[in-house]
Each structure stands twice: as C-alpha cells, then as structure tokens.
Design a binder for this molecule. Structure first.
Ligand code: NDP
Length: 251
C-alpha cells in the first residue's frame, strides 16, 4: 500500500523539493504552508502522480495547527511519515542588538511549531505502532556561528528534540531522523535578510552550494529504507563547506 507523508513548509525550498521527490517515489502527500496559492500550484502539478491534500496554517499558531490537522478525514490521519521542515532564520547579528520579533519568530516557528505539529501527529503514529519523523535541523544546530545566536539555539533545540523523540518513541516502533544541512540555496537567506537580494545572493557566491533537491534526495532515500533500518542523524554539506563559517570560495 502507498505510504502517506505530511510535509510542513512545502511551499518552497527543501519542503517543496521533498514533496516532489516523495511523489516520484509514489508516496501520497499532505502539504502544509502559509502560502495557499503555492500549495495549490504544487498540488496541481503532483496530483498526476499521487494523491495530494493541502493544509494552510501558521505553525506558530497552536490552535490553528490543531484545528487544521484534526480536520483531516480518518484516512488521512494514517500518516506514515512526518517531515518537520517548516522554519526559517530571521535576521543575523550580534546577540546584544537582537530584535525580539525575530527571536520570537525563530523560537515560535522552529521549535514550538515543530512541537505543535508533532503533538497532533505522534498519537496517530502510536496508535498504529509505526511511523517515521524527519526533523529539519541544521549544521547551525551542531555548531554555533558568530551572529547566528538565536537561530543556532533554535536548531540546537531541534537536535535535542530529535534525540528526545527517538528515546520516547522507541517503545512504539517510530523512527526518528535528524537532517542537518549546511548551505542550501533556497529562499532561506532572502527570508533571513528580509528580502535583501544582494545580501542573500552573497551567501551563495564563489562556491557551489547545495540545492533543495540534494536534501530532498537524501530524505527520500531515508524514508524508503527497510523497516528495521533508520538513518538517525545526517549532516549534509556542500563540498566547499567545512563548518558554518569555513567555506572555500573562488576569489
Ligand atoms: P525556505 O525559506 O525556502 O522555505 C521555508 C518553508 O518553511 C516555506 O515553505 C515556508 O512556507 C515554511 N514556513 C516558514 N515559517 C512558517 C510558519 N511560521 N508557518 C508555516 N510554514 C512556515 O527555506 P528552506 O527550504 O531552506 O528551509 C527549510 C528548513 O531547512 C528550515 O527549517 C531551515 O531552517 C532548514 N535549513 C535550511 C538551510 C539552508 O541553508 N537553506 C540549512 C539548514 C537547515 P510559507 O512561507 O508558505 O509558510
């Protein structure tokens, strides 16, 4: 029987590419994000391959998350794979000049949003004694870099939550995979720098960054391993990157 996956942050970047890779693998989809028109376009393009359902909500709004997920018909609550991908960096600068609205957006989106979605989906997985949760962390969750402070903290929290989920869900036969990419060229930096294309472009200049499809390929591989195999923690870097701050760039 075809598997069913729910992907948060499917309107762009890694989430969108993962939806496309899953569709290619024959995995039915529930796609989530705030930008409804993008979800509708993706649904239209992928529903020739698999069944696609969409849900529009902000992961920071616990009531909206709960209402949207619980509105699914019973058949769509039989979720095999949850990809907790929604998230972003907001701003980049020294801790002493941090913007509270940016801090809230990262802590509420990257940490609490992941928890709100998981809180609804995990009991459905426990009821079936099976499931696979894929959490999008970052190299930023493993190594803090200058001016990355709160974003790095939010992804360090994802690392801890992946470990915590793996421990607590072990009795229930639920796999947990932590995915930690380095630099991936998506809308990530455009969001971080609040639409400043010059600053965003500079992040990816002088070397070949990863693209969303590189990460999506690996996520698709991960969720298609045999039942007894889990890839627990995966760090994926562009060849030019050795750490968050060490990137070999052409002059
Ligand atoms: P994009 O900006 O391209 O995509 C982010 C996605 O998250 C969008 O689909 C967006 O959808 C969704 N999203 C953001 N905030 C919310 C919210 N409050 N509620 C609902 N959905 C939300 O970035 P990426 O694809 O690069 O990022 C995906 C994940 O990968 C993130 O968790 C990011 O931290 C992580 N990551 C990215 C790296 C990179 O270099 N790009 C490196 C390491 C990790 P919408 O706006 O429609 O709601």
């Amino acid at each position: 029987m075809a598997k069913l996956a729910i992907i948060t942050g499917a309107t762009s970047g890694i989430g969108k590419a993962t939806a496309e890779a899953f569709a290619k693998a024959g995995i039915n989809l529930i796609l989530c994000g705030r930008r409804a028109e993008r979800l509708a376009a993706l649904q239209a393009s992928l529903s020739t391959q698999v069944q696609v359902h969409t849900l529009t909500f902000d992961v920071r709004d616990q009531a909206a998350v709960s209402a949207a997920l619980n509105s699914l018909p019973e058949a769509l609550k039989q979720i095999d794979i949850l990809v907790n991908n929604a998230g972003n960096a907001h701003g980049m600068g020294p801790i002493q000049s941090g913007d509270v609205a940016d801090w809230d957006a990262m802590i509420d989106g990257n940490i609490k949003g992941l928890l709100y979605v998981s809180q609804v989906v995990i009991p459905w997985m426990i009821a079936r004694q099976q499931g696979h949760i894929v959490n999008l962390s970052s190299i930023a969750g493993k190594q803090t870099y200058p001016n990355g402070n709160v974003y790095c903290a939010s992804k360090a929290a994802v690392e801890a939550l992946s470990e915590g989920m793996r421990l607590d869900l072990n009795p229930h036969n639920i796999k947990v995979t932590n995915i930690a990419p380095g630099a991936v060229e998506t809308e990530f930096s455009l969001v971080r720098f609040k639409g400043d294309a010059q600053k965003s472009d500079a992040v990816y200049q002088g070397y070949q960054p990863l693209v969303a499809e590189d990460i999506a390929d690996i996520i698709a591989f991960t969720v298609t391993r045999p039942a007894h195999v889990v890839l627990a923690d995966i760090l994926i870097l562009p060849t030019a990157q050795a750490s968050p701050a060490v990137v070999k760039r052409q002059q």
